[in-house]
Design a protein. Structure first.
Length: 240
């Protein structure tokens, strides 16, 4: 069996005396969309920040691409979209994307092609010359997603990427994630939207910093004889 692309072993994280992640264990295989499903405040964002090295774990070990995290050397192999948009408000959308493309080492014709491709994917080509300060919240989310895809990363980690995005564009983004997965990209996505959870190959359900269940959407429902992921989440979490 191949080595997982991402592996978490006994990961815990505390801020002061408050433990926000408790003994998390899971692995993500190459070319898999792994969803982290849980309500706001369940620890999803802290977990993905630990996975890319933005936060240091209090206990346990995280390996990504056979490298113990944190490690700056694999940054260029990861695409990360944070929950809060890290954009330059006074620059246009194109200038933002161009700046990050240069940071990622893209040059010349290839850089121009990638910029056009990612802006087209999130339907921002017509608005690329607008300042980001004039963008709506949904447009900023789409721009952040475009930036995370620029350098064709091996691993894509997305923290609630479709919040504030209209349903039609949300569908097209998930279609693109499916294409990326088929081409070998490993994707971790956090969500609290049940229909998005159904689109993942496997799900990890998080509640109050603990992993309460892991499996494919079908397995999670069949295991406890329910019809929906929402029912499954409530049951595994002890609410039913």
């Amino acid at each position: 069996m191949s080595t997982p692309i991402i592996q978490l072993q006994n990961v815990s994280k505390s801020f002061g005396k408050k433990e926000v992640l408790h003994n998390i264990n899971f692995a993500v295989e190459k070319g898999e969309i792994f969803g982290l499903l849980g309500p706001s405040g369940s620890g999803k964002t802290t977990l993905v920040k630990c996975m890319i090295g933005m936060e240091q774990t209090t206990k346990g070990k995280i390996e990504l691409l056979n490298t113990v995290i944190p490690n700056l050397n694999i940054t260029l192999k990861i695409g990360f979209m944070a929950q809060s948009d890290a954009l330059y408000q006074d620059l246009t959308a194109y200038e933002n994307v161009d700046f990050f493309a240069t940071l990622y080492g893209l040059k010349g014709k290839h850089k121009k092609e990638r910029i056009k491709y990612v802006l087209s994917l999130v339907n921002l080509l017509e608005d690329q010359r607008k300042r980001v300060s004039d963008y709506s919240g949904g447009m900023k989310r789409r721009l952040s997603l475009a930036i995370s895809l620029l350098h064709e990363p091996e691993v894509l980690i997305l923290d609630e990427p479709t919040v504030g995005i209209d349903p039609i564009l949300r569908q097209s983004i998930w279609n693109e994630l499916g294409i990326l997965r088929k081409n070998g990209t490993t994707i971790v996505v956090t969500t609290h939207v049940m229909d998005e959870a159904e689109k993942c190959n496997r799900l990890g359900m998080i509640r109050e910093g603990q992993m309460i269940a892991i499996g494919t959407p079908s397995e999670l429902k069949e295991r406890i004889q329910v019809n929906t992921i929402e029912e499954a989440f409530l049951t595994y979490g002890g609410a039913k």
